[in-house]
Design a protein around this ligand. Structure first.
Ligand SMILES: NC(=O)c1ccc[n+]([C@@H]2O[C@H](COP(=O)([O-])OP(=O)(O)OC[C@H]3O[C@@H](n4cnc5c(N)ncnc54)[C@H](OP(=O)(O)O)[C@@H]3O)[C@@H](O)[C@H]2O)c1
Length: 326
């Protein structure tokens, strides 16, 4: 099969095209002929070796990529409920292997998209993230209908799943925040935000409005400002750190005085502990995406341009998601 290897930790140039033997599914596994593989910031972190010393993190050489869309190629022993040729998408997990023409995944992470009118490039760009957003909002932030939600880094790959899922869950108001340089793009987005404000102008840009839930994939100064944007009993949900600022800036006494909650959500930590919640979240996500509520901009590039894809992620010249086609 065609694949891209991280040959060693380093800059995007360490990504190299390779030919590898076709993998075969073991018991409980599904082999997928990949048509589209999503690129995420987590792939960049893995390639850089940011988490290389943490247990279970990929070590070179490895094939990056957590999420693919494609068709079922072969089923391992014991797999039921899927048929060869069926259109599927895989959900985010701590795995690798996506930047390839064939991926083998445990069945638990494979979801059929048959019966839904969803283009495969959009499916891989939106369904896994929408499933994670659904879990984050319902199981961790405990969102109720009628609550208000603020999403930082509003046009980013993961962030762009939240407004649609929040709408589906009955949010009263969904506001995004972006850097000043992204306000122009924000003005034309199809994502279902009520409005998108400049994160450099927080809290003034919100005219005193407070939120029940703040979703933060950005970190750094934006995160530090977020406690002041929460209504009483509000929840700040940390879901990433795209700013690259790894200092911890939250002040504990603000939690006590404001009656606030700060939680974290990471697919890699949450899913293995709650596998039974994955399929219902995926079903909800398929409905939300099919209804047109999660529609990030999607740039499709050939797999051979994986280096360009990573350069663009690092230079912050992506609004939405890049998807690779083998
Ligand atoms: N919890 C989970 O399960 C999960 C799932 C997927 C991703 N993540 C995490 O979420 C984060 C984002 O990943 P992604 O794949 O969505 O990346 P992405 O597509 O690159 O999105 C990152 C977003 O953050 C914004 N941003 C970066 N630095 C900023 C700053 N200093 N101020 C304001 N906005 C800033 C970016 O805006 P610009 O374009 O203006 O830079 C962009 O909109 C990563 O840390 C990733 O590991 C977590």
């Amino acid at each position: 099969m065609k694949a891209v290897h991280v040959t060693r930790f380093g800059d995007p140039a360490v990504l190299e095209a390779v030919e590898l033997p076709d993998p075969r599914p073991g018991p409980g596994q599904v082999a997928i002929d990949v048509t589209h593989a999503a690129v995420g910031l987590i792939d960049v972190y893995f390639r850089q070796g940011l988490f290389k010393d943490q247990e279970g993190m990929p070590q070179p050489p490895f094939v990056p990529g957590l999420e693919v869309a494609g068709t079922v190629r072969a089923l391992g022993d014991g797999v039921t409920g899927l048929a060869v040729g069926e259109r599927v998408v895989t959900l985010s997990a701590t795995g690798t292997g996506g930047y390839a023409s064939v991926l083998v995944s445990d069945q638990a992470f494979v979801v059929s998209t048959e019966g839904y009118d969803i283009d495969p490039a959009l499916a891989v760009a939106a369904v896994p993230n929408a499933a994670m957003a659904h879990l984050a909002l319902t199981r961790v932030a405990h969102m109720s209908a009628g609550e208000s939600v603020l999403v930082h880094g509003a046009l980013g790959g993961f962030a762009s799943a939240f407004p649609g899922v929040a709408r589906q869950l009955g949010a009263s108001r969904v506001v995004g925040s972006v850097r000043t340089s992204k306000l122009g793009v924000a003005a034309t987005t199809r994502l279902p935000y009520d409005t998108i404000v400049d994160s450099a102008e927080l809290p003034d840009a919100l005219d005193g409005k407070l939120f029940d839930i703040v979703i933060d994939p950005v970190g750094g100064a934006v995160r530090a400002r977020s406690l002041d944007l929460l209504a009483p009993s509000g929840r700040l949900l940390m879901v990433g750190n795209a700013s690259g600022d790894w200092s911890d800036l939250l002040v504990g006494n603000r939690l006590w005085m404001g009656g606030l909650t700060v939680s974290g959500f990471s697919a890699g930590a949450y899913i293995p502990a709650h596998l039974e919640e994955l399929r219902p979240a995926a079903e909800a996500a398929l409905g939300t995406v099919a209804d047109g509520l999660v529609h990030p901009e999607v740039d499709v590039l050939p797999l051979a341009e994986a280096v360009t894809a990573h350069e663009r992620m690092e230079s912050r010249s992506v609004d939405g998601r890049i998807v690779l086609t083998p």
